[in-house]
Design a protein around this ligand. Structure first.
Ligand code: 5GP
Ligand code: ZN
Length: 116
């Protein structure tokens, strides 16, 4: 399922049309706290451009996608997380609800081993 950028929740956060607790911002990326945190630290890292899912990434996005990991590392360092988990839910079958690609960064508690 695709969402047009003009009706996308996360595009509205990028545009400042909806509030968010911002954690990091640069020209290409934005990070903010998840509104319904699943761990003491739960950040979302998104590209400012509308990319619906991981399946919509193309080679020209490679640096952008790679930098999302660098922001995850910086957030973990800044928030003194000794360990953390990054997750990119993809498509509804993968648990994706918001169709603007995002990387979850979860930490601040013991994450269970494995993914079960
Ligand atoms: P998904 O299931 O698509 O991977 O994750 C979407 C995430 O976005 C969920 O964890 C949900 O709590 C979060 N979320 C949904 N709406 C908002 C919102 O308006 N603001 C913020 N900060 N997070 C949101
Ligand atoms: Zn969007």
């Amino acid at each position: 399922m695709s969402t047009a950028a003009h009706e996308c929740l996360f595009c509205k956060i990028v545009a400042g049309e909806l509030p968010a607790n911002r954690l990091y911002e640069d020209d290409e990326l934005l990070a903010f706290r998840d509104i319904s945190p699943k761990a003491p630290f739960h950040g979302l890292i998104i590209p400012k451009i509308h990319i619906a899912t991981l399946n919509d990434l193309v080679p020209s996005h490679a640096a952008l996608a790679g930098r999302m990991f660098l922001v995850a590392k910086e957030l973990a360092n800044e928030h003194e997380l000794p360990g953390y988990r990054v997750v990119v839910n993809t498509n509804s079958e993968g648990g994706q609800v918001v169709f603007h690609i995002h990387m979850h960064v979860l930490g601040g508690r013991q994450m269970t081993a494995g993914l079960g």
